[in-house]
Design a binder for this molecule. Structure first.
Ligand code: ATP
Length: 201
């Protein structure tokens, strides 16, 4: 098994790279989906969140009311830390289960937006960083519905390109066209992934 940690700033193109790798046969562990699954109705995760924040974080039909929860943790760092303390270990444990269930010769890709911020580079055989110019990222995020101010604030709250580069084994440049990105992923697969999987047998 070869474990790839995929990271990059918001709007850099992580999901796009993950999809390109999945098309080549990689197993992609989708942390966003897992984060939703661990607080579905009936889960211990949802029970723990309700235990910490009260029944006001439930919709009338018993699902997590994300807007209500967001408004609690938005301006309260201590509440945010409590929420993270509940959800992050559950997400991590579930992700490890998915990884453990992958075939022994699998290439497993984990999209970890805060890989650098949370000091997780050591967990992966290969750290893959996606970059795009600031202006390009802003334009893509605005197309996706964020305001420019919001997009700038979110980018500023994350690690810098330099910090991500410092832990990267490979940097992909996604300032160009989707085809240009696909060509880089093809090269990565042929030159780094296939040989590394071969070495591991
Ligand atoms: P987030 O951090 O928000 O999850 P991300 O890093 O996963 O974002 P993507 O969702 O892959 O980034 O890309 C951000 C947006 O830019 C998407 O709408 C995507 O379709 C678009 N996009 C990605 N790469 C390109 C490209 N080379 N050219 C044009 N648009 C692109």
């Amino acid at each position: 098994m070869l474990r790839i940690g995929l990271t990059g700033g918001i709007g850099s193109g992580k999901s796009t790279v993950a999809a390109l790798l999945a098309a080549r046969g990689a197993v992609v562990v989708d942390a966003d989906r897992i984060a939703r699954e661990v607080v579905e109705p009936g889960t211990p995760g949802l029970a723990a969140v309700v235990g910490a924040f009260g029944p006001g974080v439930l919709t009338p039909d018993g699902a997590l009311d994300r807007a209500a929860l967001a408004s609690i943790v938005f301006a309260d760092q201590e509440a945010r830390a409590r929420l993270d303390g509940i959800v992050h270990p559950l997400v991590r444990a579930r992700a490890e289960e998915v990884v453990a269930g992958a075939p022994p010769d699998a290439v497993v890709v984990q999209d970890v937006p805060l890989l650098v911020e949370t000091g997780q580079a050591g967990r992966y055989d290969l750290v893959l960083v996606v970059e795009a110019d600031l202006e390009t990222r802003l334009a893509r995020l605005v197309l996706r519905g964020l305001t420019e101010d919001d997009a700038r604030a979110r980018i500023a709250a994350q690690a810098t390109d330099e910090q991500r580069r410092a832990v990267a084994d490979v940097v992909l440049d996604n300032s160009g066209t989707p085809d240009a990105l696909a060509a880089q992923v093809e090269r990565l697969w042929a030159e780094r992934v296939v040989p590394a999987v071969g070495e591991r047998g």
